[in-house]
Design a binder for this molecule. Structure first.
Ligand code: TXA
Ligand code: MG
Length: 314
């Protein structure tokens, strides 16, 4: 056990966080999607520390975070399509998978030896400030123990990883609340994970829907594993009322102990999903029952996370 510092979102906190990254230590930091567990992407020892802290299977590659599309081009082979996507959606909740450059200089652990790299430019001002202060590529999965609910506050990070990482930079709650949408542009544009950018926006830009490879049988992405985002309590979907002993996660007119969005807003529901699951799980109920969520826009990503939270555990 080490003692995990909570750093304030000011110049001193940012500089201390950047200093830890430079020393090869782990720092959790806010992005607009979820909190990331950051390490210097060029330092294999530091990146190995991410897998150790999360208890994550080694074969999963990580997303690299950089401050701008110009910086991204140092690590991946750029294309017109990448340029169009980056112009439209960066900084923001979208990750692009592109061919890894031979001279990228990143740890092989980041890509798990793949010839491609997942890269993104986060919009959160603190993430941007940290990337500027550190002045290098930051590998960061979500800052939770492997398989568990993703963190959208510094308190969530501390509850899951406190004692295992150097520090968490506290930027308050994440506004999007779901991990980034992952789009591969190594061949035909392919959606690898539903996320905080609605697929409809990508389709509109490409002029055609991306191929969808978000099958739960693939292990390309841990977010694609069948059981993931799991609370302690079992989860039951598409419920109108809570059975005896269960707590209820409502949506719209379907009431619950907590409601994802009383007005039925999918954007609000996305932001509330993980924090509400954390809160309901803390009640130690026999079950978490969840109201139906429409399968459109961000609703697809919300349902994707809920299905995995409800899936049989390994
Ligand atoms: O919003 C997010 O994306 C958050 C914040 C912290 O940025 N990060 C995140 O990272 O969700 P993580 O490690 O939990 O998910 C990264 C996903 C994994 O599912 C991984 O398998 C996939 O990206 N991935 C990484 N590199 C890849 C590659 N070369 N090809 C295909 N998938 C890749
Ligand atoms: Mg994750």
């Amino acid at each position: 056990m080490i003692s995990t510092e909570t750093l304030r979102p000011d110049a001193a906190g940012i500089s201390r966080a950047a200093g830890y990254l430079a020393q090869g230590r782990l720092v959790a930091f806010p992005t607009e999607t979820v909190y990331g567990l950051g390490a210097d992407a060029r330092n294999s020892l530091a990146v190995a520390g991410i897998f150790e802290a999360k208890g994550r299977p080694r074969f999963n590659p990580l997303i690299v975070h950089v401050g701008s599309a110009d910086l991204a081009r140092r690590y991946v082979t750029w294309s017109d399509q990448a340029e169009a996507m980056a112009r439209a959606f960066w900084p923001g909740p979208m990750t692009l998978v592109l061919p890894l450059r031979a001279d990228a200089g990143l740890s092989d652990l980041v890509t798990a030896g793949l010839p491609s790299l997942a890269i993104r430019v986060p919009a959160h001002p603190l993430a941007q400030a940290l990337l500027t202060a550190f002045d290098g590529p930051v590998a960061a999965p979500s800052a939770n123990p492997s398989g568990r609910i993703s963190p959208t506050t510094a308190a969530h990070v501390l509850a899951g990883l406190g004692g295992r990482i150097a520090a968490v930079l506290d930027g308050g709650p994440c506004t999007v609340g779901l991990e980034s949408t992952i789009l591969s542009l190594t061949g035909t544009p392919t959606l690898l994970r539903y996320g905080g950018l609605a697929i409809e926006a990508i389709t509109a830009l490409l002029g055609t829907p991306p191929v969808q490879e978000t099958s739960p049988h693939s292990i390309t992405a841990p977010g694609q594993m069948v059981s993931h985002y799991a609370p302690d309590a079992p989860v039951q979907l598409n419920m109108d009322t809570a059975p005896e002993g269960a707590v209820m996660l409502g949506f719209g007119a379907v009431e619950g102990d907590l409601n994802l969005s009383p007005t039925g807003s999918l954007t609000e529901a996305a932001a509330n999903l993980f924090p509400h699951l954390h809160r309901l799980d803390a009640l130690n109920a026999a079950m978490i029952a969840v109201a139906p969520i429409p399968e459109t826009g961000l609703g697809r990503a919300i349902n994707d996370r809920l299905r995995r939270a409800a899936a049989p555990r390994p």
